[in-house]
Design a protein around this ligand. Structure first.
Ligand code: GLN
Length: 536
């Protein structure tokens, strides 16, 4: 059977940022997938950083990591969680990455003496990247970061316009997401900013097929007609995107609004949606049999998005265990002594220590870990969290008070976490170990009980490793090594043998959790926290 032409959906934003374009794009992914189409979501960010890898998590939120090691915008996490498609480097682009490729090529003489310009060089490069995934999907959903009208997003909007010429009008659908501000005094939603934003887009050569509207209150039919008239969009293509209690409700809300139908009509696609699995997940989510309290002790708690995937994975753990999860973020810098730890963590039925970089606040993390160890509360340490579990153990249980961590600027003579030379030479130095790596689990361990398989593949983003020189010391203690990387012999997981459930993992399980398919470690961590709360 000849594959039908790949379809392209573009999602742009207008009026203000942070309207939830990522959730809208992810939701559309699910809506189309539920009709049987193979969907790939991708994001183009107009900023000049090559990727968000070096960006401050407090400003930009979490850095999402793909199997193939891309450090990506957190929207890729939404895409993966909604569509259950593992994305790749090809799904994440920035101006920086694009310019870097062009300028490298230019230095290598790749342009044969031609002039390198924004149009057509940069726009051609963007077009080819937008289409790069085409052979792998029925529909490619491309989200353009930022807002229409920004100077830096112009080449991207122009590329989206040009794609229509390359692949045919019948294969393109443009969705513009804007805000209808509510004026309290007038008790009215105002459409003028949307009209201006659509006009701006039209001025750049794109007539949206669908205008999606965020608003705090429902839109009236007369407002719908007005926007339809002024924006030149049929009224059934004005899609309301209301505030939802949970992001996982958004796909069904948008489906109810007719998004799936109008996108399919625009693209000439046919298919009946089947949301059975998603609806089942939502039903459990809405009817929990109880609730538990989880403390997330981290360095970047001032911005919730900094631990987005961990938060979501905990929510998934709640769904898998039929409990609601109250997550309280505790700033590790606030834990300065044992009393602080007790006072701040007493409420918790389980403690998560997520990843992080640099020495600030690590003393507080170590205190929190000590508290979890002694109180026997379920504890999951991720990446930095695992490294600190090992340091706390070596210092406080094994009594090596000088145990150090290279990253904390401490004496490397007793460095428990260090840069090691046993792995791939390309990873030595200050380079991060990024993306999916194999891990082999030890049988008869708690971690094996979770996965129920020996070989796992998990995503990483870290520089340091547990120093293998300490392996024997750990193995003969009550904190044992339970997983290793078979190729580079580095330590991937540890757990306490005399604690109900205290596991540290060098990788990031949160990136692979899905609302309807919780990651086994989050599922079992929440199950243990639930047990702990019942036993109390
Ligand atoms: N900072 C630690 C390292 O680089 C841990 C990184 C993380 O938690 N993602 O090894």
């Amino acid at each position: 059977m000849k594959k039908q032409n790949t379809k392209f959906v573009f999602i742009t934003g207008g009026v203000v940022s942070s309207l939830g374009k990522g959730i809208a794009a992810a939701s559309l992914g699910l809506i189309l997938k539920s009709r049987g189409f193979k969907v790939i979501n991708q994001k183009f960010d107009p900023y000049l950083n090559i990727d968000p890898g070096n960006m401050d998590p407090l400003q930009h939120g979490e850095v999402f990591v793909t199997d193939d090691g891309a450090e990506a915008d957190l929207d890729l996490g939404h895409y993966e969680r909604f569509t259950d498609v593992n994305l790749s480097k090809m799904s994440t682009n920035t101006s920086g990455k694009i310019y870097m490729a062009i300028l490298t090529r230019e230095r290598e003489g790749g342009y044969n003496g031609g002039t390198v310009q924004v149009i057509p060089t940069v726009t051609d490069e963007i077009c080819s990247r937008i289409m790069a995934n085409a052979d792998n999907a029925d529909v490619i959903i491309t989200e353009i970061g930022g807002t229409v009208g920004d100077i830096e997003s112009l080449p991207f909007i122009e590329a989206c316009r040009q794609i229509r010429g390359h692949v045919g009008e019948e294969n393109c659908c443009y969705i513009h997401l804007t805000l209808l501000p509510y004026l309290k005094k007038a008790d009215e939603l105002k459409s003028k900013p949307t009209q201006h934003s659509v006009k701006e887009l039209q001025g750049l050569g794109i007539q949206p097929d669908i205008v999606m509207l965020r608003s705090d209150i429902p839109i009236t039919s007369s407002l719908r007609e007005k926007i339809s008239l002024f924006c030149n969009v049929p009224s059934e293509c004005i899609i309301q995107n209301r505030n939802a209690d949970s992001i996982y409700e958004v796909p069904l809300m948008l489906e109810e609004e007719g998004l799936g139908r109008v996108v399919c009509e625009t693209l000439g696609l046919e298919g009946e949606p089947d949301f059975t699995q998603w609806e089942k997940m939502l039903a459990t989510f809405h009817n929990p049999a109880g609730e538990i309290n989880i403390a997330l002790v981290g360095k970047y708690v001032a911005l919730k998005d900094a631990y987005l995937s961990v938060n979501e994975a905990l929510v998934h753990g709640g769904i898998a265990n039929n409990v609601a999860i109250n997550i309280s973020c505790i700033d590790c810098k606030d834990i300065t002594n044992e009393d602080d730890a007790r006072r701040l963590l007493d409420f918790a039925n389980g403690i998560v220590i997520p990843g992080g970089f640099g020495p600030e606040g690590t003393d507080g993390i170590i205190r929190a870990i000590e508290y979890a160890r002694i109180s026997k509360k379920p504890c999951l340490g991720i990446c930095l969290g695992m490294q600190m579990i090992v340091i706390e153990h070596v210092r406080n249980v094994l009594g090596m008070k000088n145990a150090a961590a290279m990253e904390l600027g401490e004496d490397t003579k007793d460095a428990i976490t260090t840069l090691i030379k046993t792995r791939d030479p390309n990873l030595i130095g200050d380079k991060l170990r990024l993306g999916g790596f194999n891990c082999t689990l030890e049988e008869n361990t708690k971690i094996f009980e979770s996965y129920k398989e020996k070989q796992i593949f998990e995503r990483h983003r870290h520089r340091y490793e547990i120093n293998p020189a300490y392996l024997d010391k750990l193995q003969s203690s009550n904190l044992i090594v339970t997983a290793k990387n078979p190729d580079h012999n580095v330590i991937e997981a540890v757990e306490y043998t005399d604690h109900p459930w205290m596991i540290g993992v060098q990788f990031h399980p949160e990136f692979k959790s899905r609302p309807d398919k919780c990651h086994p470690l989050f599922r079992d961590f929440v199950a243990e926290a639930k047990k702990f709360s019942n036993d109390k």
